[in-house]
Design a protein around this ligand. Structure first.
Ligand SMILES: Nc1ncnc2c1ncn2[C@@H]1O[C@H](COP(=O)(O)O)[C@@H](OP(=O)(O)O)[C@H]1O
Ligand SMILES: [Mg+2]
Length: 269
């Protein structure tokens, strides 16, 4: 990567790519579209594929030496991936179920992973234009519309009753049981990585995920939340990390705004 593509210039280029992908998604959203079921029974639309193509082609042109792993092109052997020091990790359309339901709660997610950590993240919401971005060590920002000044994000200190973000389409009895251990709380249901963004901007205290997600579902928003002062940990209290194993599934995790509290211990009690 040459120096002009480090830091802010790189982030600006990725933001532009995410916006173009979001526009392509909107083009499909506004008309009729077919929905296929993938082998794992999750939905796939033309919008996922259009966004995937724009992002992968654009990232390859921007940084030809950095490999790209996208939800829609995951057939890269672990033997290859394990040697990557840096790669783009992409979910071209996170929240495809919400896209199909036409409730607006879906995002474009692009992350840069270095080692096993997400060091640059961009999350774009096609329907509203709301955009979140961060670089590790350089703060997290929200730009509600492209012509507005970005606002720096800061998580909040947790206080009872907690506000907890959870999946709109993937709840579980186990998740509800775990949440009762955190005491009195209000639940906000949201599709996609927007749950992390609610925590990053201090409107929710945490997002608990008891149930499967993949590494591309979390990487971009993980960077945003960390740079806003938050943290993402497994339910054993270990930091959530990337590219450490053959399987691309994440362990269950808790994404929090207030990193001074031992949330894993509270969940275990
Ligand atoms: N059984 C399962 N296995 C793996 N990932 C799953 C899953 N059920 C849901 N997910 C993930 O959860 C994401 C949706 O999360 P949420 O319910 O919070 O909106 C999906 O993203 P995609 O829409 O990108 O496929 C999918 O990756
Ligand atoms: Mg996803």
């Amino acid at each position: 990567m040459n120096d002009s593509l480090r830091g802010d210039a790189l982030t600006a280029s990725v933001i532009d790519i995410a916006r173009r992908a979001g526009d392509a998604i909107l083009g499909v959203y506004k008309r009729d579209f077919d929905v296929e079921q993938k082998a794992d029974d999750s939905p796939l639309t033309e919008a996922d594929l259009a966004s995937h193509r724009i992002i992968v082609d654009s990232l390859r042109a921007l940084t030809p030496e950095i490999p790209v792993l996208s939800e829609e092109s995951v057939d890269i052997a672990w033997e290859t991936r394990r040697g990557w020091e840096r790669y783009w990790l992409v979910d071209p359309l996170d929240g495809t179920r919400e896209f199909v339901k036409r409730n607006g709660e879906f995002t474009v997610n692009i992350a840069l992973i270095e080692g096993d950590r997400s060091v640059l993240g961009v999350v774009q919401t096609p329907v509203t234009g709301d955009l979140y971005y961060a670089r590790h060590g350089h703060g997290a920002f929200r730009q509600e519309r492209p012509d507005e000044e970005p606002q720096r994000l800061q998580t909040r200190q947790a206080a009872a009753p907690l506000t907890i973000a959870g999946s709109r389409s993937h709840g579980s009895a186990r998740q509800r049981e775990l949440l009762t251990r955190l005491g009195e709380h209000e639940l906000i249901a949201r599709g996609s990585s927007l749950k992390f963004c609610l925590v990053a901007r201090g409107e929710a205290d945490l997002y608990l995920r008891a149930g499967p997600t993949s590494e591309w579902d979390t990487a971009a928003a993980h960077c945003v939340l960390e740079a806003a002062g938050g943290d993402v940990r497994t339910l054993d209290g270990e930091p959530l990390r990337y590219n450490r194993k053959d399987s691309l599934l994440n362990p269950e995790f808790i994404a929090v705004g207030d990193a001074d509290i031992d949330w894993a211990a509270r969940l275990a009690s």
